[in-house]
Design a binder for this molecule. Sequence first.
Ligand code: HMG
Ligand code: MG
Length: 302
Amino acid sequence: MTLPTRVKIVDVGPRDGLQNEKQAVPAAVKIELVHRLQAAGLKDIEVTSFVSPKWVPQMADNAEVMAGINRLPGVRYSVLTPNLQGFEASRASRPDEIVVFGAASETFSQRNINCSIAQSIERFAPVVAAARAAGMPVRGAMSCVVGCPYEGEVAPERVGYLAGLMKGIGVQHIGVADTIGVGTPLKVQRAMAAALQHFGLDEVSGHFHDTYGQALANTLACLEMGVWQFDASVAGLGGCPYAKGATGNVATEDLVYMLHGMGIATGIDLDRLVDAGEYISTQLQRRPNSRVATALLSQRAS
Ligand code: HMG
Ligand code: MG
């Protein structure tokens, strides 16, 4: 077992987190959240998505949010683009990276992006080709790698199948996502191993929702495989609008605390990260959904 000495964290809070909010979140608040995340040392921030505003109204302000960010050198601002229309719409915002997103489960693919897995690959292929021709890195996300809200358990073979298709169209990095947070460490390791049949260790990341409280354990299981890139969401924001009942990603605060406690570097200042999580939670009129943030905030208060 060789644990990585450094981990790259992509904070997906502004996108995965805020896409699921019932209340309208002003663009100015999203922009301020991005500023606070970069002030805390985040070098990778998933800002928004160029999807249909009829499907996900919260992301309708995508261009406004991208335009409002004071970009720091060395920070990568990524956006989701499900099709060529979304990719073209994103161009004026100059994203540093784009993300195409598919699902290991057929039903989830239909519910989330209104097409089959095979059709999704046909839609992604020209997006990937156009992005790569423009010198833009492309990440792929695979939803429902252990469980689907409609189909139940998902076999690792389904993950391997989708990863192979993604690789085949030129996707450079694959995210292994437990969309509904039902995974446990060995199942997640099997899903990750299926992705690793097609992508190298430096080309995979874990994206674990924490619905059942397993996300840190699942992260540790992947660290033990040598995986060193993970998505997380500040204050544990989020969920997917097409996965009812699923809660947010593992809180970035919790992930950073665990990694630093293990002597694994992230480049992130935990105190400033807690500030960012407190900021957005206050805006949403709730407490951060992070055990670490709760502990540190109560320590500060006393
Ligand atoms: P569709 O209806 O099949 O698309 O939706 P269409 O090509 O048939 O077009 C229909 C209408 O949508 C047209 O408008 C298009 O202009 C418009 P109308 O003529 O009816 O006025 N349209 C668009 N508008 C803006 N941007 C676009 C776009 N494309 C078409 N890019 C589509 C297909 C993918 C667009 C739709 O299903 C959609 O937007 N889905 C949203 C899915 C989504 O954002 N889900 C949440 C993110 S994924 C996630 O959270 C999981 C992840 O975190 C990993 C994990 O945890 O699993 C990544
Ligand atoms: Mg997600």
